[in-house]
Design a protein around this ligand. Structure first.
Ligand code: ACO
Length: 336
């Protein structure tokens, strides 16, 4: 049975760490507020010279090294991000050029916090159909350059961090589904009627004459806007739905899953989902405390951190779920 599997992961975060106390010096917030409401303790933010593709390149190089393959074997590059290097072309093109893979297709996925699972789903389809054998997927974000670091930005800016994670997905012949590494299924969804509950409206062609003007910037119209409560309520509904779809399709019981790697938007969201499914604490791997919400980079960073922490081992059954702007949500069930 031809399936896709994850060959290896890699990650990279920029060296500069900003604790909640550092953030409290910029805006009217506190370590206590951020920790209690979100679980976040610190985040990594880039310096002025670093772009999203720089982070993606570093994570991709680690993933290639860990997979032990030559980069020339890569048939496709997919990059999930909401913080592109430029308006166009897609950031996957910058990454592909930096990797030195001319001619290889390069695709951007713009599904925000669900972007990495959307990318896994796309790669899975290309591999299952026999079109490609090896696909590099990176999730990378430079959030910090898109955050209002003044007191006006505190509702959103405390939540996000910069970083990148990458995986190599490859074709595999599955003979024993209970043992062999492979992706069992992916499930992707969206409901665009909620688009303006969490979005960055500008620059964009919804704007009357130009995609953005100096006045727009002065009025702060380019900063992300979020209705946190609506996001929270929908996240705790949609992520379990996407997980249930995976369990039902594959006839898997919750207790069969060895590790849950959820998107990291808020520790309380993940705690509520774990409680809903009666998942013991040791089976949920959270990284939000160290990295905050790194959007599309979150799940591959979680994979790589879990591997290096000895929590994610070959043969383990893993369930991932994500929810984010769009609204979009997704799940993936895979044997590592
Ligand atoms: N520091 C201190 N006080 C703050 C801060 C801050 N950083 N931000 C807001 N407050 C204040 C508010 O002004 C409010 O004050 P008031 O009671 O005097 O009016 C109070 O704290 C409570 O604010 P709430 O918005 O009610 O806080 P809530 O408990 O809802 O927590 C949070 C806010 C953490 C954002 C939560 O709603 C949440 O996590 N939502 C989901 C976020 C998420 O999942 N995002 C999706 C991913 S992002 C993506 O896809 C790109």
């Amino acid at each position: 049975m031809l399936r896709s599997k994850i060959l290896a992961s890699g990650m990279y975060v920029p060296p500069n760490v900003y604790t909640n106390n550092d953030i409290a010096k910029m805006m009217d917030t506190s370590d206590e507020w951020i920790r209690q409401r979100t679980g976040i303790e610190q985040r990594h933010w880039v310096d002025e010279t670093t772009a999203t593709s720089d982070l993606a390149l570093k994570a991709s190089e680690v993933a290639l090294k860990n997979a032990g393959i030559d980069k020339k074997e890569i048939d496709m590059v997919i990059l999930a991000t909401l913080s592109p290097d430029a308006e166009f072309p897609g950031t996957a093109c910058f990454l592909q050029a930096r990797l030195g893979l001319p001619g290889v297709p390069a695709l951007d996925v713009r599904q925000q916090c669900s972007g990495f699972l959307y990318a896994m789903s796309i790669a899975d389809q290309f591999i299952r159909t026999g079109t490609y054998k090896k696909i590099l997927i990176a999730g990378a974000e430079v959030q910090s350059k898109g955050l209002d670091r003044t007191p006006k930005g505190r509702e959103v800016s405390v939540l996000f961090g910069d970083g990148a994670g990458a995986i190599i997905m490859g074709a595999t012949d599955v003979t024993d589904a209970k043992k062999d590494s492979h992706v069992l299924s992916t499930h992707i969804h969206a409901d665009g009627t909620y688009a303006d509950e969490l979005w960055a409206p500008l620059p964009g062609t919804k704007n009357p004459k130009y995609r953005i003007t100096a006045e727009d910037v002065q009025a702060g119209k380019h900063w992300p806007k979020m209705n946190g409560k609506t996001v929270f309520v929908n996240a705790v509904k949609r992520m379990p739905e996407a997980l249930m779809a995976a369990f039902e399709l594959n006839k898997v019981k919750i207790e069969d899953v060895d590790l849950f790697l959820f998107h990291q938007a808020n520790l309380r969201i993940n705690d509520m989902i774990a409680k809903q499914f009666n998942i013991p604490d040791h089976k949920v791997f959270n990284t939000i405390q160290k990295f905050a919400n790194t959007t599309a980079a979150t799940i591959p960073i979680g994979m790589d951190e879990a591997v290096r922490a000895g929590k994610l081992k070959k043969g383990m059954l893993v369930a991932s779920a994500a929810f984010g702007s769009g609204f979009t949500w997704a799940s993936a069930l895979y044997r590592w």
